[in-house]
Write a protein that binds this ligand. Structure first.
Ligand code: EPZ
Length: 418
């Protein structure tokens, strides 16, 4: 397992290109199952999760070829296997997103139940209940979701909880169902809108993009398309926090301010000014970092995927800040690692109180999940001395070539093989 060695205190400078969004690209790859014609995706980030998804889709029979560094051509005109096996699904929960497309196009799917993960139990009950409402027969047999449907029928679906994955599975299933499907209380993340845009290019009939109510008229078949993956708003926020904590001014190429509403507002409140440029966003050098309170919410609220990174910044803010994590039940695993670096944080249930300290000190710390691991990078970039972050495979899941890109911004960071 690799580690990152970071010597803090270096200001960052220059520009970094924001990658395509992992949480869109993974679902767009699944969308290719909905048609026998080729789907070409551009701006696909080179990440471990993308590789895992490609392996899963290839074992279903999908042909995937790379046409350029971040471009993939996907073709599902020879899908022979409708089972997503445990050994692949346990590596990446997003595998469940093949369920809706397989069921809609082929009438059957057998998907290993995704286990929980470090940040929570993460059930899929909302995925299954909505597909049942569309006429699917679904049983759980030996840890697998076994689903069958002659032809899915449109339905009126009310999600009792906002769920990105359940929205995506149901949305894709509805594109080929018979009749109209209306999704109420649908997730509105920009990655959902990116998927809707791509599905419409493939011939799907969908109204309500960007709202919490999506209306889908089922069609007989979808056709191929070409689509560019939307820029990653979470990677953007992660780099803003890294610039802020090191008192740096950097430019984020391709970043989209309109996808970062609540996040930019909270950075402004904290004294971190971000302005639009012709090529993206520029983070201005902050005078002081002020403590602000954070409550995570579904989009357009403050995203849970930015909670750990923002908390790293708040460890050196002037004052105390409160974090309420309302989406996942165990998403404070970065806290004990930040405390090892001298942060003052107390947690109780889904609340964390951060008392700002003048500075952090480098330490040996361990990455525990994707976003927690980046919060350690942010802290290490500002900490005095050397920080060694182990289990870096967590970061590889969601941040493309992170050591090289931070080196490009002037950070003193190296990756070593343990
Ligand atoms: C997606 O996960 C993202 N992953 C997560 O990003 C992100 O944190 C999450 O959305 C929330 O924004 C991908 O897109 C691959 P949910 P997802 O369904 O779809 C509960 C990252 O760091 N729930 O919106 O699994 C669930 O337990 C990852 O990139 C049910 O109860 O999230 C959670 O409390 C981490 N039943 C809440 O809803 C269900 O059937 C939100 O989950 C489904 C979800």
């Amino acid at each position: 397992m690799d580690s990152l060695i970071i010597h803090g205190g270096q200001p960052l400078r220059g520009q970094v290109k924001i990658s395509g969004a992992k949480n869109s690209a993974l679902k767009l790859m699944c969308a290719s199952l909905l048609t026998a014609e080729p789907l070409t995706l551009h701006n696909v980030p080179q990440l471990a999760d993308i590789t895992t998804m490609a392996s899963l889709l290839k074992q279903h029979g999908m042909e995937i070829s790379e046409s350029g560094e971040n471009s993939f051509k996907l073709r599902s005109n020879n899908i022979t296997n409708f089972t997503a096996p445990y050994e692949l699904v346990k590596q990446m929960r997003a595998s469940i997103i093949v369920l809706g497309p397989l069921l809609a196009r082929f009438g059957e799917a057998k998907i290993s139940l995704p286990g929980g993960c470090a940040i929570g139990t993460r059930p899929v009950d909302l995925h299954l209940s909505s597909l049942k409402k569309m006429g699917a027969e679904i049983d759980i047999i030996d840890g697998y979701v076994v689903a069958k449907a002659q032809r899915l029928k449109g339905a009126e679906i009310y999600f009792e909880k906002v769920s990105v994955g359940a929205t995506e599975n149901t949305l894709m299933a509805a594109t080929l169902a018979q009749g109209e499907t209306v999704l109420h209380n649908a997730a509105q993340e920009p990655e959902i809108s990116d998927l809707v845009e791509c599905l419409i290019k493939m011939g799907a009939k969908i109204d309500g993009i960007g709202t919490n109510r999506l209306t889908i008229q089922g069609v007989e078949k979808l056709h191929g398309a070409e689509h560019e993956v939307v820029a990653d708003r979470i990677e953007t926020g992660s780099f803003i926090a890294a610039a802020a904590i090191t008192g740096s001014e950097i430019e984020l190429l391709g970043a989209r301010a309109e996808h970062l509403g609540a996040v930019l507002h909270k950075f402004e409140e904290a004294g971190v000014h971000v302005e639009k440029t012709a090529n993206g966003l520029r983070v201005k050098k902050p005078r002081e970092i002020k403590a602000v309170d954070i409550t995570t919410e579904p989009y357009p609220g403050f995203p849970t995927d930015m909670q750990a990174q923002f908390m790293a910044l708040m460890t050196v803010a002037s004052g105390a800040s409160t974090f309420q994590e309302t989406i996942f039940e165990n998403r404070f695993m970065h806290v004990p690692e930040l405390v090892r670096m001298g942060a003052k944080i107390k947690t109780s249930g889904n609340t964390a109180i951060v008392t700002g300290v003048p500075g952090l000190r480098g330490a040996e710390v361990m990455a525990t999940d994707l976003r927690a691991s980046f919060s350690l990078v942010i802290a290490a970039l500002a900490a005095e001395g050397e920080t060694r972050i182990s289990r870096v495979y967590h970061i590889d899941r969601g941040y493309e070539k992170i050591a090289r890109r931070l080196q490009g911004l002037g950070a003193d960071i190296t990756r070593i093989k343990e």
